[in-house]
Design a protein around this ligand. Structure first.
Ligand SMILES: [Fe+2]
Ligand SMILES: [Fe+2]
Length: 199
């Protein structure tokens, strides 16, 4: 799989200034990133709890929980190696804005669709950012670390999209995916570029 913007579906590239300011704030980036991994794990757990009778979902997302948790552990190691502490979670405006677009008062399957697509999108954007970090930062160990995470998150992105197509028609998925991609591009456009946040 390649990791181009177009392949991931993203409509707006990350501001090119982001990776440079992120590199100068690597402690903040690592702390924020650690919590992103933790939230990714808990989001999968919460979907398994909400949809226990969706066997394929349980089967696909259970190993993803373990992978996200191992990413969390690996970010903790990176913090530790640099003498940094985890600290408190930061407000994740990007995810807060995206979650507002999970529709309420719709059928169970429609809500599931939104949840899967929002998760796919967060994976896609993370993948894009890891690619920027991999290709641009000087610290070779960290660069390699981000390369590995980029590959892993790209796999999760596919998992969520494949699951959406498991439970809904191709047309339903494609139509909502286009809407959500536009919403995400607007969110990115309106968010301040901050070098202390993954998103
Ligand atoms: Fe992850
Ligand atoms: Fe992931």
């Amino acid at each position: 799989m390649d990791y181009q913007l177009a392949t991931l579906g993203l409509q707006l590239p990350t501001d090119p200034r982001w990776v440079n300011i992120a590199e100068m704030n690597i402690e903040e980036i690592l702390v924020d990133h650690a919590y992103c991994e933790q939230k990714a794990a808990s989001s999968c757990i919460s979907m398994i709890v909400q949809y226990p009778d969706y066997e394929k979902l349980v089967q696909i997302l259970t190993p993803v929980v373990a992978e996200e948790w191992s990413h969390f552990e690996r970010v903790l190691e990176q913090l530790d190696q640099r003498g940094y502490k985890l600290g408190k979670p930061r407000k994740d405006q990007y995810v807060v804005e995206l979650l507002k677009h999970i529709r309420k008062g719709v059928g169970k399957e429609q809500k599931l669709l939104d949840q899967l697509l929002v998760n796919a999108l967060i994976e896609a954007r993370s993948c894009e950012r890891f690619k920027l970090l991999w290709q641009n930062i000087e610290d070779q160990k960290l660069s390699k670390f981000y390369y590995e995470l980029m590959v892993s998150e790209a796999g999760h992105y596919r998992n969520f999209l494949d699951l959406a197509k498991e439970y809904l028609s191709e047309e339903q998925v494609d139509q909502r995916w286009e809407e959500i991609l536009k919403i995400e591009a607007d969110i990115i456009r309106n968010l301040e570029v901050r070098g202390d946040r993954m998103h």
